[in-house]
Write a protein that binds this ligand. Structure first.
Ligand code: F6R
Length: 382
């Protein structure tokens, strides 16, 4: 059942090249359409996204006042990772809600809101109750789930199955990356008619096609992440800094470390560093900084400089061959080097070595990987 792996979490981390492919299967057309003889090339009909469960609702969604994403835990982080893509290429205002907080506030929802409920299990009580609340307000409800026939899949008006395959480990791993692919595909479907965004859209579709191979390459970092886990296993705490697309990576990596390795960990928005977290930084506290190349580059280099100036024990997640980072951070800095994809998909690559790190930390610290204490796979009571 575990296919030669020791634990389900480990198996599910390693399944990601295939689970991501399953999420895209039959929905993303990458190949060029070769025109028939005498026909001209039409560069604008080459790449396509087809989401059967959403297709007839696309015009309605486009007319909506805003997209509101509602989720809990890791599923919320997947929404956060995709927010900027949705804002930029679907060109709609996007708000994010933790389901429990939305319910606590009885936040305003209107008939022309488009509410997207993201849940691996499709059964999470808070997300389900938020869905009922949004439905009562007359909003269009869209489900993004991994479980066909689940309560959320059944109760939404339309949606997308992420098709990541059954996830057994309590800590969500492959569902997280597939959720991001599904939400990105949704953003791409929403901007299909825009000529202005065509080049950006095509670049994202091309990059989606490279994800399985690039994740295969990242999984080869397994022994390196085991080595890093050996070095970190006795630590009390681990901070993870990220910003932009990778703020979600920082939050998700910290969640994985705390929930399975039972080590205190905090994901920090690097832009907030000077507003409090910098006080924690000294030579004893290990800090992972997600600094892959994107438009936040200059700001992340400055964050690294400031952390280094305070003697932080730095571990930097950067792109392969990024010599500037090694020069800036010095020899004592440990690097996790990953392949590059378009910046909006980079969080999908970046989380994989951090999932491996939390897995190895858990095993080395002697905790139950697949059944972390006090947690359940589906949280069906709120
Ligand atoms: C963390 C984790 C949880 C779930 C959360 C929501 O690894 O798995 O944070 O993401 O309980 O669950 P779903 O996605 O099933 O609604």
């Amino acid at each position: 059942m575990k296919g030669g792996y020791e634990h389900y979490m480990q198996k599910e981390i390693h399944e990601q090249p295939e689970s991501i492919l399953q999420t895209m299967r039959g929905r993303v057309k990458f190949s060029r359409v070769v025109p028939k003889e005498g026909e001209a090339w039409d560069p604008y009909t080459e790449r396509r996204i087809k989401l059967g469960g959403l297709a007839e609702y696309i015009p309605t969604i486009r007319r909506g006042r805003r997209l509101m994403f509602v989720a809990c835990g890791t599923s919320y982080h997947a929404c956060l990772a995709c927010r900027q893509t949705m804002e930029e290429i679907a060109e709609m205002p996007v708000s994010l809600e933790l389901a429990s907080d939305l319910l606590d506030r009885r936040a305003p929802i209107f008939r022309d809101d488009m509410c997207v409920f993201v849940s691996q299990s499709g059964e999470t009580a808070d997300t389900m109750q938020a869905l009922q609340y949004a439905k009562d307000k007359g909003a269009l409800c869209i489900g993004v789930t991994n479980t066909v026939g689940s309560a959320i899949a059944r109760s939404t008006h339309c949606g997308v199955h992420i098709n990541a395959g059954c996830e057994i480990g309590v800590a969500s791993t492959k569902a997280y990356t597939s959720q991001q692919v599904a939400i990105t595909m949704m953003a791409l479907a929403l901007c299909e008619d825009s000529i202005r965004l065509r080049a950006q859209r095509d670049a994202i579709i091309d990059s989606l096609g490279t994800l399985p191979d690039k994740i295969r390459a990242v999984l080869k970092l397994d022994s390196k992440m085991l080595e890093l886990a050996e070095q970190l296993k006795g630590e009390q705490s681990l901070l993870v800094f990220g910003r932009g697309y990778n703020y979600a990576t920082a939050l998700e990596a910290a969640l994985k470390v705390k929930e399975v390795a039972l080590m205190h960990s905090e994901g920090i928005l690097a832009g907030e560093m000077k507003h409090g977290p910098l006080a924690l930084v000294d030579e004893h506290l290990p800090i992972i900084v997600v600094a892959t190349r994107d438009r936040m580059r200059g700001k992340m280099l400055s964050v690294l400089q400031q952390l280094r100036a305070r003697g932080a024990q730095l571990i930097v997640l950067c792109n392969k061959g990024d010599s500037d980072i090694q020069d800036l951070c010095g020899k004592s800095c440990r690097l996790i080097q990953v392949p590059e994809v378009v910046e909006c998909l980079q969080p999908i690559i970046n989380i994989v070595p951090l999932q491996l790190l939390s897995y190895h930390l858990t095993v080395l610290r002697g905790f139950n990987v697949d059944q972390p204490r006090n947690l359940a796979k589906s949280v069906t009571v709120s």
